[in-house]
Design a protein around this ligand. Sequence first.
Ligand code: HEM
Ligand code: HEM
Length: 188
Amino acid sequence: MDKKNPGSGYSNWSIALHWFLALALLSQLFLGTIMVDIPKGPESDRAYWFNLHKSVGICLAIFIILRIICRLKYGAPDPLPSMKSWQKLASSLNHKLLYLCMILMPTTGFIGSLYSKYPIKFFGFPIARVVEPNPVIKEITSEIHAISAILFFILITIHIVAALKHLLIDCDEIFQRMMFRNKSKQSN
Ligand code: HEM
Ligand code: HEM
């Protein structure tokens, strides 16, 4: 059992941040995927969507940091004893890699944008340029950003399929423990 979380569920903060970030990150992934195909040109609204993506991404980074703090403070419940050992391993690996992607996505996006020739405009307000544009760093971080996005999509798909299997086929407690419950039953 995770010693930081003697109860059987996630803390209310962890649950709230999980569902908020699930929705926000999925929207951000779709926005990122769609915006890169918007053609450039004087009439194009490509810059608008890029700036929105960067601004939202910076805000999401704050929520991701909060989520990681919550995870470290409140911990997570143990896997169910009924789960097979490969399932426990797969679930733990999936969660760790999801956290890794949650760290990599905003970090590489931000560093790449910092070294790009275009300024970062946070909801319209330009952020002061602290480094000179560097096409090599920009290229490398953009590549990691794009590869992490693909990994993230794959992990999220596996994660959702597994969650729905627990809810609809196994009918165990896994899905319910990521739902808000009576406060008296919570660990925080
Ligand atoms: C961007 C989308 C998502 C991300 C990044 C994400 C990430 C995570 C992470 C990292 C955990 C482990 C929590 C921890 O140990 O701290 C988790 C747990 C969980 N997630 Fe998600 N999630 C996403 C979307 C979803 C969706 C759409 C569903 C439902 C269909 C879902 C259902 C669950 C459930 C039921 C758990 C609890 C699993 C357990 O207790 O073993 N997640 N999620
Ligand atoms: C918070 C989570 C984030 C997610 C899930 C995300 C997702 C994505 C996705 C899916 C793409 C398309 C990748 C491709 O096909 O090339 C993309 C591109 C991009 N993202 Fe993000 N992003 C995030 C944060 C950020 C942040 C914080 C910034 C900058 C401040 C940023 C800047 C960019 C830029 C400039 C591109 C265009 C391609 C490039 O030049 O790298 N992203 N993002």
